[in-house]
Design a protein around this ligand. Structure first.
Ligand SMILES: [Zn+2]
Length: 76
């Protein structure tokens, strides 16, 4: 697992949406990665901010596509 994946899982963890396997993977990464550990700690205190960040990182392509599609629909 890389740090980006870990951060996505952290967001899900905060929302209580992790499956057991993902939770284990995340815990394992946090054990090896002090940086993510600190990030997770902070994330738990600032839920909204991390969630917003991750949504942007995770879904730019889909978001762009749906915005393009919406724009086309509304402009025709
Ligand atoms: Zn990490």
């Amino acid at each position: 697992m890389n740090c980006n994946k870990a951060k996505v899982l952290m967001s899900a963890a905060i929302d209580g949406e992790l499956i057991r396997k993902e939770e284990l993977e995340l815990t394992r990464h946090l054990d090896d990665c002090p940086e993510c550990q600190a990030y997770f700690q902070e994330a738990k205190n600032t839920k909204v901010i991390i969630k917003e960040r991750i949504v942007r990182v995770k879904a730019p392509q889909n978001l762009v596509e749906s915005i393009v599609r919406m724009t086309k629909i509304t402009s025709t």
